[in-house]
Ligand binder design. Structure first.
Ligand SMILES: Cc1ncc(COP(=O)(O)O)c(C=O)c1O
Length: 400
């Protein structure tokens, strides 16, 4: 089973502009099917949910479809899929709701590998509750987040462990299952940031031991929508601030205001698209997603190996981290040039990469680069091909 990158690329109108889109870690392009699903929802007529007329029923169906789609993507229960504008907003919402039960002397554990969206909401909620924050550290040369350190970080007062399934700069995929196992033994809940991991690998929230798993559709060919997935029974125990007039049912009680219904139609279309990335994948949508995402991972890892070889061969390039298990995301500096200059040089050659700290606030400070322009980030997703990789290697080599 393999991915046919030519036919995958043909599904994306934006890729026809000749740019090498190596900025997928900050947001992917969307295929025609997603654009069409969103347009079709508007064309057909949509109403607010819960009404007595067909346009409202169409929105009810769209919301139910999006919950099922996200559940299929991550191996969750559609009754536990909370939809929202993005991961950051949802995480703030859950941090505020979960912290209601925290007392002075309680503890939480966050990691310096994480995007700030899975750090600051917890740190700020802990401050308000008088809870203590403990930090899991990154082994800087390798970029690993060793799971063993959690033995010393966890205790009977630990309420929550927040950890990423993949770093959005170093690409590190920590041993999340080993971390969540330790957290559960200590009686803590786990909140796993799956925003960077989800587009790169098959996901199974049960295998990860994620009590909460957050993801954002715009990182996997969908619209700007976020989701947090949990067991419905667990959600029943959590009470967020909400309007008196809005539904108290799970998962709706975590969803404030009116949703982006047409975009939610795009979420389902994006999951269907991912399920079909490997044309040979068979079975129900969950099975096809697992097979397709395994093919995506193989495709990206082959590109990553080529990219790492091409960059490592250039003495003026410094690659940051080198974790064993990683996404196809690289973070590097070029001697004598600021990361911004490198990004501009590449943009002039129609290559999209990011520069800066990319919100990986803690690890970039630990690396000593946060206040000096960060580094350059380039990442591969399923639609990137060998020519994207070779153009990046060639563009960087011109800066020798
Ligand atoms: C690893 C990771 N976590 C969280 C976020 C924040 O996601 P959102 O933009 O949906 O709030 C991002 C966004 O770049 C990310 O890469």
């Amino acid at each position: 089973m393999a991915l046919d990158v030519r036919s995958v690329r043909a599904a994306y109108p934006a890729l026809r502009d000749g740019y090498a889109y190596l900025d997928g870690a900050a947001g992917t392009q969307v295929p025609e099917a997603v654009i069409e699903a969103i347009a079709a929802a508007y064309r057909a007529g949509i109403g607010n949910v819960g009404g007595a007329f067909p346009a409202s029923e169409r929105s009810d169906a769209i919301v139910a479809g999006a919950r099922q789609a996200v559940a299929d993507l991550v191996g969750g229960d559609p009754r536990g899929v909370v939809l929202g504008p993005n991961m950051t907003t949802l995480t703030y919402r859950f941090a505020a709701a979960l912290a209601r039960a925290w007392r002075p002397g309680d503890e939480i554990v966050v990691s310096r590998l994480d995007h700030d969206a899975n750090v600051r909401p917890w740190v700020q909620a802990a401050e308000r509750a008088g809870a203590t924050v403990r930090w899991a550290e990154v082994d800087l040369p390798s970029g690993e987040l060793p799971a063993e350190q959690y033995d010393a970080l966890l205790g009977e007062r630990t309420r929550l462990v927040a950890v990423t399934a993949a770093s959005n700069v170093l690409g590190t995929m920590p041993d999340v299952a080993a971390i969540t196992k330790r957290a559960h033994e200590a009686g803590a809940l786990t909140y796993v940031d799956g925003v960077h991991a989800t587009p790169h690998t098959p996901v199974d929230v049960a295998a990860l031991g994620a009590d909460f798993y957050a993801t954002s559709a715009y990182k996997w060919s969908g619209p700007h929508v976020g989701a947090a997935v949990a067991a419905p029974d667990l959600l029943e125990t959590v009470r967020p601030d909400k309007l008196a007039s809005s539904s108290d049912a799970v998962p709706a009680r975590f969803e404030t205001g009116t949703a982006a219904f047409a975009d939610l139609a795009g979420v389902s279309a994006a999951v269907d698209h991912l399920a079909g990335l490997d044309a040979e994948a068979t079975g129900d949508r969950r099975q096809r997603l697992l097979a397709s995402m395994a093919s995506v991972e193989r495709h990206e890892q082959a590109g990553l190996a080529r990219l790492l070889d091409g960059l490592a061969a250039q003495p003026h390039v410094r690659l940051l981290g080198g974790p064993r298990r990683r996404t196809a995301t690289v973070y590097f500096t070029v001697q004598g040039y600021t990361p911004r200059y490198v990004a501009e040089h590449l943009a002039a050659r129609r290559i999209n990469v990011w520069n800066g700290h990319n919100y990986a606030w803690e690890v970039t400070a630990a690396l000593g680069i946060r206040d000096h322009g960060g580094a350059v980030r380039a990442g591969l997703v399923h639609y990137n091909d060998r020519s994207d990789v070779d153009r990046l290697i060639a563009g960087v080599s011109e800066l020798r």
